[in-house]
Ligand binder design. Structure first.
Ligand code: TRP
Length: 363
């Protein structure tokens, strides 16, 4: 089957979103009070340095600008493409710990899980009535994720999780969603759902819709590859996890793939593995990758790995120290999540009430 028409649509939508993201950044800087951010992660593993530079830093920055921010640990989304939940509790707490260690302020930011917010999940029901199965079946991200699972049949949840994700965003009326480009189809679906709800049940007042249309804030995700030169993946074991010790990090980097040219250059096109390692060092050292490569020169793969190991371990030492402190106080983490879930429930119940009023189901 040809993907071309979709690919074309996708390129156009990516270009639009990139341009729009720039405009939003300018507006946010002027008036952060107009925005509510909702972002989230699936607890399918532990967070790694790709998450850190790709999304955690950005969340800290947005919340630091004074934007009202909600972070979802999307536990129900774990079971879209696999049979069991895995060590879910450990993973949920691992994510929470990394959020706080990275500088997300739990006093200001609401961190919560799907499964604890009944009203959010109930919202999915009316929202499902607003989409067609053809629409769901052509979502390119869902297709790609299903392909990644091999021969798995499409489950009902896999097909409809973009609607659940729309509920994640709409329950708290978030109008800004920082995402990588793979999430753009989901964002577009959420926008369509918001619009259709108001067309069908809304107050027909464009200035006071039940749901605002959320906008994507594109983040530069995917700039770091795994240590084997392929896409970073929680399940491939090719990532430097934030929770790793300095020793574990050193061992992992020692095994990283390089190439046979001893002279180190920064050349992402022709030397993706070597350039990726240089990139990781550049992010940690806040330095220019070309300069780093020149400095290593004939030091070869060994010299490069030594520099990257030191850079990563120095940069993440404070994060890892905060992480260890937090892990030593599970009661504190538990209370944080309980407070976040209570706040999310309050918001979800208020929105569900509005939805029931709009649908004349407020008996
Ligand atoms: N699907 C997202 C991912 O895989 C996680 C997610 C769930 C999410 N709900 C969300 C992201 C709502 C943004 C908004 O990364």
């Amino acid at each position: 089957m040809s993907l071309e028409p979709n690919t074309h649509d996708f390129e156009a939508s990516l270009a639009r979103s990139t341009q729009r993201s720039r405009e939003i950044e300018a507006q946010v800087a002027k008036d952060p009070s107009k925005w509510r951010v909702l972002t989230g992660d699936r607890p399918t593993g532990h967070l790694h340095i790709g998450h850190y530079f790709g999304s955690l830093q950005n969340r800290v920055r947005l919340a630091g600008l004074g934007i009202d921010t909600m972070v979802l640990i999307a536990d129900y989304q774990v079971i879209t493409d696999r049979d069991g939940v895995g060590p879910i509790k450990e993973r949920v707490y691992s994510l929470l710990t990394d959020y706080i260690a990275a500088g997300i302020d739990p006093e200001k930011v609401t961190i919560f899980t799907h499964s604890a917010v009944a009203a959010l999940n109930q919202l999915m029901l009316p929202l499902l009535s607003l989409v067609t199965d053809a629409e769901l079946r052509r979502n390119p991200t869902v297709k790609a994720e299903l392909d990644d699972t091999g021969d798995r049949p499409m489950s009902g949840l896999m097909l409809t999780y973009p609607v659940h994700q729309a509920a994640d965003i709409l329950f708290c009326k978030a109008n800004l969603v920082p995402v990588g480009k793979d999430q753009l189809p989901h964002l577009e679906q959420a926008r369509v759902i918001a619009r259709r709800f108001d067309e069908r049940y809304g107050r027909f007042d464009p200035d006071a819709p039940v749901f605002p249309e959320p906008e994507a804030l594109l983040s530069a995700s995917g700039t770091i590859l795994g240590l084997d030169g392929t896409k970073m993946s929680k399940s491939k074991g090719n990532t430097i996890e934030l929770r790793m010790t300095a020793d574990e990090t050193a061992k992992l980097i020692k095994r990283a793939v390089t190439d046979s040219d001893r002279h180190i250059t920064f050349d992402p096109e022709n030397r993706p593995e070597v350039s990726n390692l240089i990139n990781i060092a550049a992010l940690c050292l806040d330095r220019d990758p070309v300069e780093i490569a020149t400095e290593i020169g004939d030091g070869g793969g060994g010299g490069l790995k030594k520099l990257v190991t030191a850079a990563v371990n120095d940069y993440f030492a404070p994060h890892r120290a905060r992480r260890a402190e937090l892990e030593a106080d599970p009661g504190y983490l538990h209370d944080l999540l309980a407070a976040g879930n209570a706040k999310a429930n309050e918001i979800a119940e208020a929105t569900l009430h509005e939805v029931r009023v709009a649908m004349q189901m407020d008996y």
